[in-house]
Design a protein around this ligand. Sequence first.
Ligand SMILES: [Zn+2]
Length: 395
Amino acid sequence: MNLAFTYYMPTRLIFGAGTLKELAKTPFLPGQKALIVIGAAGAMRTHGYLDRVVALLADNKVESAVFEGVLANPVEENVMHGAAAARDSGCDFVLGLGGGSSIDAAKSIAVMATNPGTYWDYMSGGTGGGKMPPNRALPLVAIPTTAGTGTEVDPWTVITKTSTNEKIGWGIPDTFPKLSIVDPELMLSVPPRMTAYTGIDAFCHAVECYLATVNQPASDSHALEAIALITRYLPVAVKDGKNMEARSKLAWASTEAGICESLSCCISHHSMEHAISAYFPETPHGAGLALLSVAYFSFLAERCPERFGAMARAMGADTAGMHQREQASAFIACLRKLLSDSGIAGEKLSDYGVTRADIPRLARNSHHAMGFLYDLTPVALSEQDTAEIFERAFA
Ligand SMILES: [Zn+2]
């Protein structure tokens, strides 16, 4: 076997309970004035996180302005308005504070603050213009308050164009954060259901990156550890949100899975979910993934079982004496148990308004908008195969 890969992980990471306060003294802030990007729900204000961040930046002699109103599935308008706010307020870096949506929006705002045209001019996929931004983006800092997306250590940002129902993930070297502070104390307030959805998102990042045709040794190690940690600690954190050990382990697992997204890549499971939340934007990303996961991974396991055994073992299965196909089945059984232990096994696609009649357009959309992840999937999936997986997810 010819072992060959590239390794690029440029984000400085400060990790640990209570590390938010490092913001007051770190010498690695990339500018003098931050545009702090937060969501529309107001959680960053109610929990006091926004005030703390503003005060800590001031202690570090860094000014700030706030841009709020990013939707849970951020849209192109959020990006363009945020970019205008960054320019108008003279900010020289962007700080994403909150869940994946705020940090993703911060990345895209950092690009559009310095570049002409519309955000969609630069999207590759769907109706995107496929251009490269001519100017360097503003530098980024990320402070996640959920354990799920891994966006704090990867270049990916996912934005929706509402008028065409396209939800596209995109990234360039400039959309890696320069600095990320992962403080699990900020995650203690995440409610049980959101804890489950975000944890399953991180789990899927690890599994998909492990299966992707571009897997590599470093991402494999991180992926298997993330899978093990999430299997063990997600059910604990769902039941007891104040359990600091579980929150810390999940925060690290999510960050590790984000590193996997940088070194390897997600696969078409994410393309399929993006189609769902493009048409049904009330669907939390992790919920969409959870609802597709058994059907999707079973379809792959039947055709290409090779890499499933190690993941089953990471989840605690004893696969001694099992054939490859049995090992793959053991992984699916562990996945079902994880969904059940996380309290989300009873959900259905129809809970979010998705019907069987939507399947053809969902299958088409996932190949059109996010086709590049199909190229990295270990099994070649036609639009017909994708429709069959959607069909199975309804069964
Ligand atoms: Zn995801």
